[in-house]
Design a protein around this ligand. Sequence first.
Ligand SMILES: C[S@@+](CC[C@H](N)C(=O)[O-])C[C@H]1O[C@@H](n2cnc3c(N)ncnc32)[C@H](O)[C@@H]1O
Length: 391
Amino acid sequence: METFRFIDLFAGIGGFHQAMSSLGGTCVFASEIDEACTEVYQKNYGMKSLVNIRDVGAGDIPQHDVLCAGFPCQAFSQAGGRAGFSDKTRGTLFFEIVRILSQHHTKYIVLENVKHLVSHDHGNTWKVISGALRELGYRTTREPLILSPHQFGIPQTRERVIILGKHDPEHVDEPLPIEFRGLLTKDCNSIYSILDQGPVDPSYNISDYERMVLEAWDEFRQGVGDDVVGDAIWVESFRFKGSMRGWADWRIKCVSRNMRIYEEHRQFIDGWLERHNQLRDFQPTHRKMEWQCGRDIKTIWDAVIQFRQSGVRVKAPTCFQALVAIIQTPIIGKLRRRLTVTEAARLQSFPVDRAGSPFCVDPSRRLAYKQLGNSVNVEVIRQAALRLLSL
Ligand SMILES: C[S@@+](CC[C@H](N)C(=O)[O-])C[C@H]1O[C@@H](n2cnc3c(N)ncnc32)[C@H](O)[C@@H]1O
C-alpha cells in the first residue's frame, strides 16, 4: 500500500502517528482526552485530537484503511453464556474499537498493549479480545506477538504485545504470515548509542546527596567484591539477631544472605559504615542496593542506576529499563547525570534529530517524561505495520 489513511485512537503524543506517516499514511482522525498530550499532538501534526472516543459516533469517523490504538487494559465480563465475544467487551475501551470496526470493517488494525494483557484475568482478557476480532472477521497472528525496542537496536527493554489484524472474513482461521528475523538480544545494545552529543543542561546532573549515596555504594562494591551480585543488600539486616519465625521464604533468604556477607566482610563493612556515619544521612530506601549487572561491571559509575522504592538499583549499560511514567528517570553512571528528555524521546524512536522539523516534546520536563513513558515505541510499530501492510 503506497498511501493510506489511518485513525489514531488513544493517541497520546502520537507514537502511532509517527510510525504510520513514515510509511506513507495520512491521519484522518485522532482521539485523546489528556489535554497536555493533545497540545503536543497539535504542535507536531497540526491536528486536533481532544475528544473522548466514547462521545464519537462511528459514522462520524472518516473512512480509513488502518485503525491504530494503544488501548487501556481492562477486565471483561465473563457472564452471559450466549453473549458473543464482542458483547463481552461492552463498557470497556476495547469496546470502542469493536464499535468502530463493526461499522467500518477497517482493512488493517494495529493495536498495542502491555505484555501482561495476554495473561490478564487468567487468560480471559486475551480470549475475549482475540475472539471479538475473529467474530469481526479479522485474521491475526497464530501466537501473540511480543516485541521490544532492544530487538531492533534501540537500547530499551520494553516488551509489549502488538496485535496485528487483516479484515478477511473468509479466511479468518488462517493465521497472518508475519515473521521477524534477526532480532537482537539485550547484550547487542549499548545505552551510549542514544545519548545527546555535546553539553547537556547541568540541571540533569545528580545532586550532591545522590553522589554521596552512589560513592558509598561504589566503595561497598569495591570492598565486598563479587559478593554484591545477587539479591538486595540490606544494611538493616547485617547484624540481625531476632527470630525469623513466620517470615516468607524470600525474606529469610535475603536476610540470611546479608548476615553471611556481613560475617565474611565484617572488617571492611564496619569501617565502611563508620566512614559513612552508619548511613544515618541516607533516606531509608537508599540503605538498600540491588546489584543487577553481574560480575563484569566493577564500578557503579559504569552502570545505569535508578533510585527506586526497593533500593538503589544498578544495571548493565546495555539497555535502559522500559520508560514508564511512574518510575524515576535513570542515571547514566559515567556521566553523573540523568537521562535527558531528548534521550528519552530517542529511546521511544521519536525523530528529535530530524533536520527541519524535529519532534517537539512537552515544554514541562515532568510531563514530557510522563507522555514519552506512556507512548508506544515508534520503531516497533513501524516494523510491525510494515509487515502487515504488505499482506
Ligand atoms: C497508553 S496511552 C497511549 C499512548 C499513545 N499510543 C502514544 O503513542 O502516545 C493511552 C491513552 O489513552 C487516553 N485515553 C483514555 N481514555 C480515553 C478516551 N475515552 N478517549 C480518548 N482517549 C482516551 C489516555 O489519556 C492515554 O493518553
